[in-house]
Ligand binder design. Structure first.
Ligand code: S3P
Length: 444
């Protein structure tokens, strides 16, 4: 998403009940990892169902810059001919990761144990986000990094010529940091160990195994210990990317709050490291039925039949935060329609996402007539029992999930809600507008 793209305001209005099937695009986390692991593997990795959002396209371009051949062969179908572990070539220009924290942090990890130098940058949102959380553990492997004050992009990383393996306890719950360390560990001799206090999304571990690496996971009293044996011979494999539960959250939540709605959302992941929103919605009294549970693309999935109805406010405990970290904005929108307060605890990581999501949601909700309290680490939305005034234009701060959350809110509020820029939605959910309109939602 170029910084200079003209803002595209978009307005959501209440209308008829939502009905039909909402098939969302491929999982963003798995799409990034498929391209990166494919690039680190000799031979051809074929990917189907890849998310063709801007974040993932930027990662594809970055993998080309490091020497992999990455070709689109059809809709969502991609072929990667990788260079092998330790085979990255030095990019000839700056790597622009656009809006994507996942892209830049995973790629920094993937190159950190190969003796090449790369300079990374991104859009105004990404250039505000902290990179020290990855460059600190990468320094333990022997990599060096120079960035702007506060560990901000642009940043130059020099990969270690003689990497050593690392044992690292995550100071923040972050799948991006965990993944950066594991990807760096691929080209370090011996065992690289990551310890996480709370389980974060585990796609890297699952996919590394799929590509033939030895990864073990042990649950101990201190948390989860993940051990990777370095320098494996990765073998190419077929990756079928499942649908993204974080994208599914938007039509699911819209169907819950637009009276009379009845929507089917197929193949939503039930991976316990991703399903915190769905657990929470059911606690709120949401009418969600899990149909046809099965496995797709290595993930446990089910079709969700979602029907609108009254919701009550709940508390989300800190230990659940990691499993729904990207869903708090849309939960805040739904909570505005519930009866009573919804208290979200242990959510300080929201402050360093594509925007400060606590601040962005609080400001936007207040403008729409909803009371919100916040501390550094909690957000409380005072639900209005189905009656949300709306009638505001909300700033999205280059954040796709803030944009989609307020559009969902506007589909059920008394007066229309406008987002100042729907452009960022293309980073993770191309086709969002059409999908909502296809259910009968009024977006214009
Ligand atoms: C992601 C991890 C999470 C999440 C992001 C995707 C990943 O970030 O918010 O959208 O694919 O590993 P953190 O690692 O910063 O929690």
């Amino acid at each position: 998403m170029p910084d200079h793209a003209a803002p595209r305001p978009l307005t959501a209005r209440a209308g008829a009940p939502l009905a039909g099937t909402a098939a969302v695009p491929g999982d963003k986390s798995i799409s990034h990892r498929a391209l990166i692991l494919g690039a680190l593997t000799v031979g051809e990795t074929r990917i189907t169902g890849l998310l063709e959002g801007q974040d993932v396209l930027d990662t594809a371009q970055a993998m080309r810059a490091f020497g992999a051949e990455v070709v689109r062969t059809g809709e969502g179908a991609w072929s990667v001919h990788g260079v092998g572990t330790g085979g990255f070539r030095e990019p000839q220009d700056v790597i622009d990761c656009g809006n994507s924290g996942t892209g830049v942090r995973l790629i920094m990890g993937a190159m950190a144990t190969t003796p090449v130098t790369a300079t990374f940058t991104g859009d105004a949102s990404l250039r505000r986000r902290p990179m020290g959380r990855v460059t600190e553990p990468l320094a333990l492997f022997g990599a060096r990094a120079w960035g702007r004050a506060g560990g901000r992009l642009p940043m130059t990383v020099v990969g270690a010529a003689d990497p050593v393996p690392v044992r690292y306890a995550l100071p923040v719950p972050s799948a991006q940091v965990k993944s950066a360390v594991l990807l760096a560990g691929l080209n370090a001799p011996g065992e690289t160990v990551v310890i996480e206090r709370e389980a974060t999304r585990d796609h890297t571990e699952r996919m590394l195994r799929g590509f033939g690496a030895a990864v073990t996971v042990a649950d101990v009293p201190e948390g989860r210990v993940i051990t990777l044996t370095g320098r494996p011979e990765l073998r190419p494999c077929a990756v079928a990317v499942p649908r993204d539960p974080s994208s599914a959250a938007f039509p699911v939540c819209a169907a819950l709050i637009v009276p009379g709605s009845d929507v089917l959302v197929p193949a939503v992941s039930r991976n316990p490291t991703r399903d915190g929103l769905y657990v929470t919605l059911r606690e709120m009294g949401a009418d969600i039925a899990y149909l046809d549970p099965r496995e797709e693309g290595g993930e446990p999935v089910a079709d969700l039949r979602v029907r609108a109805g009254a919701l009550r406010g709940v508390e989300t405990p800190p230990e659940r935060a990691a499993s729904m970290i990207d869903e708090f904005p849309v939960l805040a929108a739904v909570a505005a329609f519930a009866e009573g307060p919804t208290v979200m605890r242990g959510v300080r990581e929201l402050r360093v996402k594509e925007s400060d999501r606590i601040d962005a949601m609080a400001r936007g909700l207040r403008a729409c007539g909803v009371a919100v309290d916040e501390t550094e680490d909690t957000m409380t939305v005072h639900g209005r029992g189905g009656d949300v005034p709306g009638g505001a234009t909300v700033a999205v701060h280059l954040d796709h999930r803030i944009a989609m959350s307020f559009l969902v809110l506007g589909l059920a509020s008394r007066r229309p809600v406008t987002v100042d820029d729907a452009g960022p939605i293309g980073t993770s959910f191309p086709g969002f507008d059409a999908l909502i309109r296809g259910l009968g939602g009024d977006l214009a």
